[in-house]
Design a protein around this ligand. Structure first.
Ligand code: F6P
Ligand code: MN
Length: 348
């Protein structure tokens, strides 16, 4: 069968339609197309298009203290190069200490995690690229200080056995798959919906002794299964790569948690609001799921700094609501510790 006869919409055709919605739509389509092009190049590097050994060379640490590998830097550079053709007023990257400001007359701000999960590179496990797009504010210095509800597009590429490109333009979530034969993304899953109640959770359980009581109570309930109050057995997954976890949740449901914990530097969890939590929360909500800190909707939060961390709980709406109940005043047994008055995100 000829490839053309598969009849699947290409990402180019999809974005072409969006570009006809007006100047902002045109700018978003151009920026997403540029990012997708960079993702195809990063995908090639991740699967060994570059000398295989270079993928795992450690260059140092980034502004946030994460190990920075050769491929982190290459991915960052490829995205910057691709975005040169787009209308970008401000750009933020996990790999850059500060946001960068370009032409203030441009229409968009773009934030990226160029290579999420890169600690897994030497293990031949899935990694990816996350992006978030917001309209440029009148005062561009406020570009990465606004709530996640300002996003007009977000997505991520997943470099696994296949290369997938997950995209929301604010009207549902669509998934494209890279055809390696012609380097074109084609729409393979339209209007993805996260099932509301799936008994599966993902958390780094080695941190249990550092968790706050509400998180411990929820996970204990999951582990108790049919013998506990949940009255159902739960399955567990932990890949250690946010992009892979969220892809699984988009397709199968379940809940992912990277909560605040008592370790030094983890008072707001591990994941960054601007280029990890905001875009993932937007995608998950657009697919019918929910995203919360336990106390607040993630999309309602505005960061103080570009690398601000945030506790992140997201996935099937029923599970997220259940975890929020554990954090709420009605579950007194879990929230009576004075700890809760002053620890955690945006609490005084
Ligand atoms: O970007 C941070 C990240 O690599 C995520 O992809 C992943 O979910 C998390 O860190 C894993 O953290 P830990 O090593 O603490 O389990
Ligand atoms: Mn990351």
């Amino acid at each position: 069968m000829a490839r053309q006869s598969l009849g699947l919409t290409t990402l180019g055709e999809y974005l072409e339609r969006h570009s006809e919605t007006g100047p902002l739509g045109f700018s978003v389509a151009t920026a997403v197309d540029a990012i997708a092009t960079a993702c195809i190049e990063i995908s090639g590097l991740a699967r060994g298009g570059a000398p295989v050994t270079s993928a795992d060379i450690i260059l140092g640490t980034n502004a946030d203290g994460d190990v920075q590998k050769d491929l982190d830097i290459s991915a960052d550079w490829l995205i910057r190069r691709a975005l040169a053709s787009a209308s970008i007023a401000a750009f933020a990257s996990e790999e850059a200490a500060k946001p960068e400001f370009y032409d203030p007359a441009s229409l968009l701000c773009v934030a990226v995690d160029p290579l999420d999960g890169s600690a897994n590179l030497d293990l031949n496990m899935s990694v990816g690229t996350i992006f978030s797009i917001t309209p440029a504010p009148r005062d561009v210095s406020q570009a990465f200080r606004r709530p996640g509800t300002e996003q007009i597009a977000a997505g991520f590429a997943l470099y696994g056995p296949q290369t997938s490109f997950v995209l929301t333009l604010g009207d549902g979530v669509d998934i494209f798959t890279l055809d390696p034969a012609d380097a074109i993304f084609r729409l393979t899953r339209a209007r993805v919906r996260i099932p509301a109640d799936v008994s599966e959770f993902a958390i780094n359980a080695s941190n249990r002794r550092y968790w706050d009581p509400p998180v411990r109570a929820f996970i204990d309930e999951c582990l108790a299964g049919v013998e506990g109050p949940a009255d159902q057995d739960f399955n567990m997954r932990w890949i250690g790569s946010l992009v892979a976890e969220i892809y699984r949740i988009l397709l199968h449901g379940g809940v992912f948690l990277y909560p605040a914990d008592n370790r030094d530097g983890y008072g707001n969890g591990r994941l960054r609001l601007v280029y990890e939590a905001h875009p993932m929360a937007f995608i998950v909500e657009q697919a019918g799921g929910a995203a919360s800190t336990g106390y607040a909707r993630v999309l309602d939060l505005a960061p103080d700094t570009v690398h601000q961390r945030v506790p992140l709980i997201l996935g099937s709406s029923e599970q997220v609501r259940r975890i929020e109940q554990f954090h709420g005043p009605e579950i007194g047994a879990c929230t009576n510790a004075p700890l809760f008055a002053h620890r955690g995100f945006f609490r005084v």
